[in-house]
Design a protein around this ligand. Sequence first.
Ligand SMILES: [Zn+2]
Length: 311
Amino acid sequence: MLQTLSASAMSAKPTAFHHLLATLAHDGRLLRLYSQNIDGIDTAMEPLRTEVPLPKKAPWPKTIQLHGCIRKMVCLKCYRVSNFRVELFNGPIQPSCADCEDNNNFRIKAGKRSHGVGNLRPRMVLYNGQNPDDEAIGSVITSDLRARPDAIIVAGTTLRVPGARRIVKEMCRLVRDQVDGVTIWISKEAAPKGKDLENCWDLVVRGSCDEVAQYAAMRRWDQELEHSKTKHGNAKVRSVSFESVKVPKRKQRQLLLSPVSPKIPQKVTGSKRRIPRVSTGSDTHKVGKAVGKRQVQIPQSIIDIVNKALG
Ligand SMILES: [Zn+2]
């Protein structure tokens, strides 16, 4: 199973939504990405990079992996973290830690008693196990709450994991306390019910994150500038841009993205809870709806809302 998981993670390409996140981060508009993904596709992108183990104190990386990652492995004895090597996990026996073996051999040669050798395992959280980064994650959350972000997008998750659900609850509550705060749910799944998440969302989009990202049509963070050589050998810089994308002129707001990958784009004006725009569906592409009685048609309404969220 590990081999399959690892192989699919390493071969997977970032989706439109991953790129949208990376662009937001690259532009300084993303305060934090809290990811439930263990494939590391997001953190493999430079703007969304993380650190393993997660530092206990600031500065923290852009992405916080709530459940670890298949791309790293850890020794259960000496806790050394290293890149995951799938070839070590090709049998029924857990692989041994080479560092522990070296240290142990050294001790034995020196006439000291053996301290034993630890086993390696992927550094990810299985079956609600404990995350070794829990304490650090708690510190990041506290810090981010103090930063009072004014937008949160929760995307591609079911929030069945209690810890993730608690994070979302706290952050949504804080964001909605802001005058212009906006909370957005994007998922093929319905927003979870429950008293803790009651009146939690300003906007609910039932649809694919990647589809929303495509509507957003933000420029790609890694294609902003394309360098090419002229025939004279001089570096030539060519801008690759989408006309629909505007660089915000005023102070940019920061977004908090929660579980999995969210998206969103463009500019904004206006205030909070008036968000959704009513429209009749000339477009059959109805992937979004506003909370309450208001109905929103994709794409323009979503883009407007996203604009609002991003200030
Ligand atoms: Zn070890």
